[in-house]
Design a protein around this ligand. Structure first.
Ligand code: NDP
Length: 329
């Protein structure tokens, strides 16, 4: 059991955490990044990235995160592979106190400032069969599990960017991809919709919600989906070998319940236009505080803002302490 101390403790290692680390390290705060269960964050489970500025050609999400990590380490960040299981914010940023987090192996992390960049996780439908058949035909990550459905029929549930990207990705493996959406129009970006509708191996089923996942977890796994038409109420069954749930994400804020203010969906609340939480010295950036934009580049931007504010916080506190010493002399 080790105690790690730093001027800037960053929890989470997606674009927000990495950008905070790069700025924090360059400001001399010697950041520690606790990487969490999914080092690199959501970009490590995507494939093509076409909208991160600076790259004319398509790049790969995992590659982009490797570059960010290498850059953060190069400028002086310590990257630690651990998952925070509890956190104590009672120091409330007072001089001489630290925010204290505990990792799942018992290591202690003490930060003079805390940057929360824990991101978001895929949501599940919460219908019968989903838990039982998870990993046996039901998944929330096409890029992780699509390979297992080579030559088989797959369905994607959802109508946003993630669902459309997953459906397009799955055509690399599957000859028959069905997108199932509860309404009659998609919310995905136009360019993605155009690609989806033009693809010969993708069919869209409109106005259907999934009532349950069918199949035996012990014998063969998923066999199909029980659907209900959201307009007519008619019930039907859609046979499939794999089903990918792509209905959005929920912020990873379990650790902060009762400690920091959140909106009804669990996103951390910050002072508008800043990454500042209600506790001085605690900053939130990236998807964990952003229910609207949720892009890699916006996460990186708010990570930068968090580091700049953390640096100011440390500098102001040092200045105040210096004045106290001078007054006493
Ligand atoms: P979204 O919130 O954008 O979309 C979720 C989709 O799932 C919606 O179509 C919604 O339906 C549907 N849905 C939600 N709950 C249910 C439910 N219980 N049953 C059935 N369907 C449901 O999430 P995404 O993950 O697609 O995207 C999140 C953010 O990340 C967005 O800002 C998106 O732009 C961004 N993103 C950007 C990418 C890129 O730029 N390349 C790639 C992936 C994501 P309804 O439409 O009826 O509400």
């Amino acid at each position: 059991m080790t105690t790690h101390t730093t001027r800037m403790l960053i929890v989470g290692s997606g674009p927000a955490g990495m950008s905070a680390a790069i700025y924090g390290a360059r400001a001399g705060l010697k950041p520690i990044v606790v990487q969490g269960l999914q080092p690199g964050g959501q970009l490590t489970i995507t494939t093509d990235v076409e909208n991160y500025p600076g790259f004319r050609d398509v790049i790969q999400g995992p590659w982009l995160m490797e570059q960010m990590q290498a850059q953060a380490e190069h400028v002086g960040t310590r990257m630690l592979w651990d998952t925070i299981v509890s956190i104590d914010l009672s120091g409330r940023g007072e001089p001489g106190t630290a925010f204290r987090a505990i990792g799942d192996g018992g290591d202690i992390y003490e930060g003079e400032t805390l940057v929360i960049a824990t991101g978001a996780q895929a949501k599940w439908l919460g219908v019968p069969g989903e838990v039982e058949l998870a990993g046996k035909g039901v998944s929330a990550c096409a890029t992780c599990d699509g390979f297992f459905y080579r030559g088989k029929r797959v369905a994607v549930i959802g109508g946003g960017n993630t669902a459309v990207e997953e459906a397009l990705y799955l055509t690399n493996h599957s000859p028959e991809v069905t997108l199932i959406h509860r309404r009659d129009s998609l919310r995905a970006e136009r360019i993605l919709q155009d690609r989806l509708f033009a693809h010969p191996n993708i069919r869209v089923i409109w106005n259907k919600k999934v009532d349950s996942f069918l199949g035996d977890p012990l014998a063969g796994g998923l066999t199909g989906l029980a659907l209900t038409d959201t307009v007519t109420g008619e019930a039907s069954t859609h046979p499939t070998d794999g089903a990918f749930v792509a209905i959005g994400h929920a912020p990873a804020t379990e650790l902060f319940k009762g400690k920091l203010e959140m909106d009804p969906s669990g996103y951390l609340l910050v002072e508008p236009g800043t990454p500042k939480t209600a506790i001085p010295g605690v900053f939130a950036c990236g998807d964990v505080m952003d229910p609207i934009y949720r892009q890699a580049v916006t996460a990186a931007g708010t990570g930068c803002m968090a580091a700049l504010d953390a640096e100011r916080f440390v500098a102001e506190r040092e200045f105040a302490a210096h004045k106290v010493v001078q007054a006493a002399e």
